[in-house]
Design a protein around this ligand. Structure first.
Ligand code: SAM
Length: 234
């Protein structure tokens, strides 16, 4: 899968690219990160990418021309002509988008390539959204300084769902995969600072272990995310 990332700060992704699961997926060509510097598409002497907001108010807005040209440099990106446009998904990371979730990640993981727009300052000119963006996505109800960290959240979630990137069994029991949060996990030593691993996990009784894990999952979901349980109810 190819992620085309449009950003004013491509260097933010450098350390991330070599890390753990993503680093391995990149090495094995399961994933490609195509970093596109929006500033490379600015035409004036100062390579200006932002301007004051029409109507007044604090802060700057990303100008439409460099961003449109940066988008048009991505294979498969099409300007919309009514409806969704028929090209590859163009995602704008924004706090006013749809809340990112495991379900949306699964949908995105089914597409071979996607363009991710990282906003800065007060955001991007609305006409880019009207003309190119197919999906507006928020990673949470808070404001980040820029879309780069949000793009990493999206990439990280999607990459682990791609076939062959991580052991498939690990995905089945993860939080959200069955509408529940994951049960508690333990590793050696059996006793740590006086706290013992629950006996049941060392009993070797697989059916009992499964029952215990399910109970703990339900308890934890009820305590930390009662909204998830409500979604499960008919
Ligand atoms: N003025 C904007 C607003 O109130 O909605 C916030 C702009 S924010 C400082 C700059 C950029 O960070 C946004 O354009 C967006 O790309 C990114 N961003 C900030 N919070 C985000 C979130 N929760 N999810 C996704 N992207 C976010």
């Amino acid at each position: 899968m190819i992620f085309h990332i449009l950003t004013l700060f491509p260097e933010i992704f450098e350390g991330y690219k070599s890390s753990s699961i993503l680093g391995r997926a990149l090495e094995q060509n399961q994933v490609e990160l195509d970093l596109i510097n929006i500033r490379d598409f600015a035409r004036d002497r100062h390579r200006t990418c932002d301007d004051a907001t029409y109507g007044g108010g604090p802060g700057m807005v990303l100008k439409p021309e460099p961003l449109a040209e940066a988008l048009e440099s991505v294979p498969g990106v099409k300007q919309k002509r009514g409806g969704r446009g028929g090209g590859i998904p163009v995602v704008y990371l924004t706090p006013s988008g749809k809340l990112w979730s495991q379900g949306l990640a699964q949908e995105l993981a089914a597409t071979p390539r996607v363009a991710l727009i990282c906003g800065r300052y007060e955001g991007i000119d609305q006409r880019i959204i009207d003309l190119f963006v197919t999906d507006e996505i928020s990673v949470g109800d808070y404001i980040l300084n820029g879309g780069e960290v949000a793009a990493m959240v999206v990439i990280d979630t999607v990459v682990r769902l791609l076939k062959g990137v991580i052991t498939e069994g690990s995905l089945v029991e993860e939080s959200f995969s069955q509408g529940l949060l994951e049960y508690p996990q333990y590793t050696r030593p059996a006793v740590f600072r006086g706290h013992r691993v629950p006996e049941i996990l060392m009993s070797g009784h697989h059916a009992e272990i499964e029952r215990w894990r399910r109970e703990k999952s339900i308890e934890k979901t009820r305590r930390n995310r009662p909204d998830l349980q409500r979604e499960q109810e008919p």
